[in-house]
Write a protein that binds this ligand. Structure first.
Ligand SMILES: Nc1nc2c(c(=O)[nH]1)N[C@H]1C(S)=C(S)[C@@H](COP(=O)(O)OP(=O)(O)OC[C@H]3O[C@@H](n4cnc5c(N)ncnc54)[C@H](O)[C@@H]3O)O[C@H]1N2
Ligand code: MOO
Length: 295
């Protein structure tokens, strides 16, 4: 290296002993000839694409991106931008679920409809003809206008499971219409977001061709920097931010920030904290189970 000389042009004094092959990059040093670059089912990151291009490989065989139909149900729903009227709320679930699915590489067709079983069935049928799977929100519980169970029967859906023993999102339903998966999530916005991560995202990513271990939220343990004041009779999932082994539950001192109907505390969160059935309040310094959102 010229920094290890006196810089002489005609005669040069070299200050360091040369080592054979020092500072030489050998052919095949980065990737040996014939070595696999990525196993089947690997998500191609910019680094994978860079390595492929560096080997002169212009294209790679990939799975077809799946299209997911996102249907928000509820006669109270308005599209953001529409004029508000009494009794109405803006559709947050549809847009949030669609954005999350797009972030994971899915194509999305999004729409919303009223609490009318014929209309829900028609919209779901349309989405099923064009999409590989459908995610709905709202109308899954036992209220008079909760028609999703009826609609699934109308479409001769095969149940996969109905109900999950947790808060939030307990009344969700997973079913198959023909070969296609349908997830009917609760209308409460945080319940929809949490169960999308826990149940729909892993199944859809697996169907899209990802390796199984890359489809499931990774479980880690973390130490709380903030607490949660309510006891948990059943299994409870809280939205949280995990970084470097520390976990912050947002909205400290305000358990209502964690109600299924509140969404804003979800901003900036990257995981769910699992509080087992029968837990009391949790305090800073305690260790908790963390489910990291799939990247
Ligand atoms: N008798 C019982 N009632 C309820 C039970 C139960 O076990 N027994 N479970 C409760 C739980 S837990 C949940 S979760 C909800 C789920 O109900 P639905 O899925 O039928 O949800 P909706 O009533 O349609 O909506 C709930 C809430 O969320 C609002 N919402 C709906 N869609 C959207 C959207 N796209 N964007 C924003 N907000 C939305 C809706 O207006 C309601 O306020 O059932 C309980 N009941
Ligand atoms: O499951 Mo519900 O989301 O607890 O309100």
């Amino acid at each position: 290296m010229q920094e290890l000389t006196d810089g002489g042009e005609e005669q040069v004094r070299i200050y360091a002993q040369l080592q054979p092959n020092a500072n030489v990059v050998f052919r095949g040093e980065d990737i040996a000839a014939g070595a696999p670059i990525a196993a089947a089912g690997t998500v191609l990151t910019p680094a994978h694409i860079g390595v492929l291009a560096g080997q002169g490989i212009p294209d790679a065989e990939v799975f077809r991106p799946l299209t997911v139909g996102v249907l928000a149900t509820g006669s109270e729903l308005l599209e953001a931008g529409e004029a508000w009227a009494p009794g109405k709320i803006y559709d947050a679930n549809g847009i949030q679920n669609a954005a999350r699915l797009r972030q994971l590489g899915f194509a999305v067709e999004r729409t919303h409809c009223s609490d009318d079983p014929e209309e829900i069935a028609a919209r779901m049928q349309e989405l099923l003809t064009r999409c590989d799977a459908v995610i709905t929100s709202g109308g899954v519980s036992v209220g008079q206008k909760d028609y999703l169970p009826t609609v699934l029967e109308m479409l001769h859906a095969e149940p996969v499971f109905a109900g999950v023993a947790q808060k939030p999102g307990s009344p969700m339903i997973a079913a198959q219409v023909g070969e296609k998966l349908v997830f009917c999530l609760s209308g409460n916005p945080f319940a929809a977001a949490a169960t999308l991560e826990q149940y729909a995202v892993p199944a859809l990513l697996r169907a899209a061709g990802r390796r199984e271990e890359d489809c499931i939220p990774v479980h880690t343990r973390g130490r709380l920097t903030t607490g949660f004041s309510k006891p948990s009779k059943g299994t409870r999932f809280l939205r949280a931010r995990a970084l470097g082994g520390l976990v912050e539950i947002p909205g400290e001192g305000n358990a209502e920030a964690h109600s299924s109907g509140s969404l804003s505390a979800m901003m900036g969160c990257n995981c769910l904290v699992e509080l087992p059935a029968g837990s009391g309040p949790v305090a800073p310094g305690e260790e908790v189970e963390v489910l990291n959102f799939v990247q």
